[in-house]
Design a protein around this ligand. Sequence first.
Ligand SMILES: Nc1ncnc2c1ncn2[C@@H]1O[C@H](COP(=O)(O)OP(=O)(O)OP(=O)(O)O)[C@@H](O)[C@H]1O
Ligand SMILES: [Mg+2]
Length: 502
Amino acid sequence: MTAVLRCDGVHKRFGATHAVRGVSLHVDRGEVVALLGENGAGKSTLVRCVAGEIVPDEGGVWVNGAHLEQATPARAAQLGVAVVHQELSYVGPTSVAENLLLARLPRRRGAPFLLDRRRLVEQAREALARIAPDIDVRARMADLRVGDRQLVEIARAVGSGAAVVLMDEPTAALTAAEVEKLFTAVASLREHGVGILYISHRLDEIQRIADRAVVLRDGAVVGTQRVGDVSRQELVAQIVGRQIDAFRREHHAEPEVGDGRRSLEVTGLSVPGRLRSLDLAIRPGEILGLYGLAGSGVELVAKALVGAVPSSGEVTVAGRRLSRRTPATCRKAGFAHVPSDRREEGIFPLLPVGTNVAIAALADRGAAAVVTRATDRAAGRRWTQELDIRPRDPDVPVAALSGGNQQKSIFARWLAIEPKVFVLDEPTKGVDVGAKSQMYELIARVAEQGAGVLVISSELPELMSLCSRIGVVTRGELVGTYPTATVDEQRIVDLAIGGHDR
Ligand SMILES: Nc1ncnc2c1ncn2[C@@H]1O[C@H](COP(=O)(O)OP(=O)(O)OP(=O)(O)O)[C@@H](O)[C@H]1O
Ligand SMILES: [Mg+2]
């Protein structure tokens, strides 16, 4: 028997939600098994059962043949389980080095209760060397950007000598170059006989690194197959339980001279040292995309626009210049911003979905706003339905939603204020294939109703299918804007790389 992980008939309920229904699966030595399914299918819940964070109601988990009994995270770690959590995991006040070496902190010789700081730093640097040598091991975890935090978690799992590593959407916050480093780490783990349970909504990743795929729907296994034996379409159909067509927006020929109206006009937007004099204009009804590699400055555009980072330049919304830009004044002017990091700027985890959705609209009405459970509920009911947020219960706290459903509820909040300008930063991060198409349709609808939309995304296919033009940012500069009909993905990537020293 070579299984490093075996789940047998695992059930988990949260009140009325039967999140995991009798799941049995195994991961062999040196095998990468993909765990697939829609948002809310039960993937993270199963991972938490294996990690000892929650105890299954029925069924059991075996690691290297040993039964995980009286499950706690410490017990699971002892048996050889390491976890890289989905983005929303808790970040303590510790340093990168302490986080990396959590279970094996070096002590001073002769004084075992004292930390050997010098060795701590050295060992931590070693642990990070292959995956993310640029991260300062003395920095605090809380100060790192999400992608870097994720890389530290990955390095910790890789270095822990585990028999099985659980990766819950490890690449959702990573750039393309970071993804490559992760894949190298995965390959080396596999060579060392470690088993990996890998969760991702990005099927191209699954096809590259997974040996087998297990598909969950509504908490139960609906299929298991060798990845090489199935097509992408077959996987998608199994995940969502129906055929879905790839979303493609009709790109109307863009008139060179329109009536001159602009939803958004930006001139000379600059962030010292990071972004140089960016100009762009978006017409009502237009969806403009922005693409750039990590560090190109593209990741700052949205934050600079809404005044979340110090910047200079002029921003005009529907003909009115914003004299002072703060997130609040921007929102008042009809400017909605869906941030890329929902933990930082997005949600109120303990409040109900309804309140989370209604909150932006309420803030606009100022003193006149009447906060009632009834208005919240009505908003919650409408948007949980429109966006298929599950469970469809406006009273559930957002913290109890699955990752992708949390992302949808942030999106709903901004749709609810009917913005003039809609700035979306990585809008479909963590959102499943079926829900993505739904979100694309809603974004297109917002544009059709007259808003100007700016989509910043690292997923080029997303930009290609949504946008009529795509701007490329390289080394802090917008190097060009291209009608989507005239370029292909390769050309955009070449342009994005082109300005870098390589
Ligand atoms: N602590 C909790 N309390 C109540 N319900 C929960 C809790 N955690 C998860 N759930 C529910 O269990 C179901 C499965 O959630 P889970 O997080 O496992 O989904 P997932 O497959 O990881 O989805 P995603 O792709 O969006 O991350 C969902 O309906 C979710 O709302
Ligand atoms: Mg999840």
